[in-house]
Design a protein around this ligand. Sequence first.
Ligand SMILES: [Zn+2]
Length: 468
Amino acid sequence: MRFLKELGQTDPLNIGRQLHGFAAELYPICRSITGDGIRRTLAMIQSRIPLQITEVPTGTSVFDWTVPEEWNIRNAYIKDAHGKHIVDFHQSNLHVMNYSTPVHATMSLNELKAHLYALPERPDWIPYRTSYYQQNWGFCLSHKQMLALGEGDYEVCIDSSLEDGHLAYGECYLPGSSTDEVLISCHVCHPSLANDNLSGLTVTAALADLLSGKSLRYSYRFLFIPGTIGAITWLARNRENVGRICHGLVLTGIGDAGGFHYKKSRQGYAEIDQAVTHVLRDCGEPSEILEFSPYGYDERQYCSPGFNLPVGCLMRSVWGTYPEYHTSADNLDFIQPLQLGRSLRVCAGVVDVLEENRRYRNLNPYCEPQLGKRGLYRSTGGEAIATEINARLWALNLSDGAHSLLDIAERSGLPFATISDAAELLCQSGLLAPIPSGATFAGRDGRLQTDLDKAQQIRGSHKVATLD
Ligand SMILES: [Zn+2]
């Protein structure tokens, strides 16, 4: 099954419009790391893909953290002395600092100012602020609104609740022929922010939808979770099973106009790192590969030293580097249908590589086999003749058990799909045989080696990180 090919039958702009439409439905919801906003969001995802929703009670210990009280909000405003609404939660949910404790009081401008947040350098934008783990309340407003506040008393009201409840997350599991898993994770805890939150969510849901009901090599697990605490909670509850995760991606910030950025896993040389790098090389858009750092999205948790899972993070513009980040300007105009559609295509391309990447053994390794007498020195399609034959020669030469198809694609500079097609044809001709995944492979001297030997051999001076 080639998912990129299946997508290719539809214009990425059309697909992107559907993704953008879903983002527009989700945009008004006031989400947070707990509460009814995230539940409504999960329910809307569940109407599109099979989603199992888990509720974890407040107070549950998850590693060094504790599931917090559940936050819900109904209304919030600031009124001036004439009863005029100066700031209104119903105009933008960003106006309230996320996780604000309830308050209803009248106070002077000076007292109020200690609870106000604005961006003087972007006078029309509302900043996004949170206070999850420190009890506080606050309002976010545009600098222009801030400047318009005159002396006098103000009535402030935040009709919120912070009480024992649950943390909810959603999980879509698609079984494949192997129990080895691919993990795709996105955060769903930001209120009306489009690129940071909804772009990753919509692309992840669309990818799950694309793979749903299909014949798959790997099993796929899609997580829709609140950032940080959600990933920590999921890992705490699934500690025994994470060894099944062979490849993983955090998807976030993939709807803006920028080119792609891929932040490598902590391992740095994992197959997912190689696969994404390869797909981005040929995606026709600018892209940059970033080394792992312990700051960012939930890859921080998946790549914490105790887990050290092969999970990277695919983005377009990098968080914090674009002015719209965590402001009201990260809105539905900031994410573009075509960019969403192209991001889904890249994800489908990565799945294609993971599904087909294998190692093979050349059954005729002593000198080149005579391709002509097997009908393999002719192209099946016109102009591609040189490429097709080239791919066959590369696949034959490097199928020594040590090189995967992805290694061969990298070394030859040819697209992965071309190498994979060549390998399939050579298998049909009895010249190649697949090596069962995982266990062992035949080294150059015929000796059977482990995957760890292989990693050390290929990476040379790269140290393999292994922690208890
Ligand atoms: Zn964020």
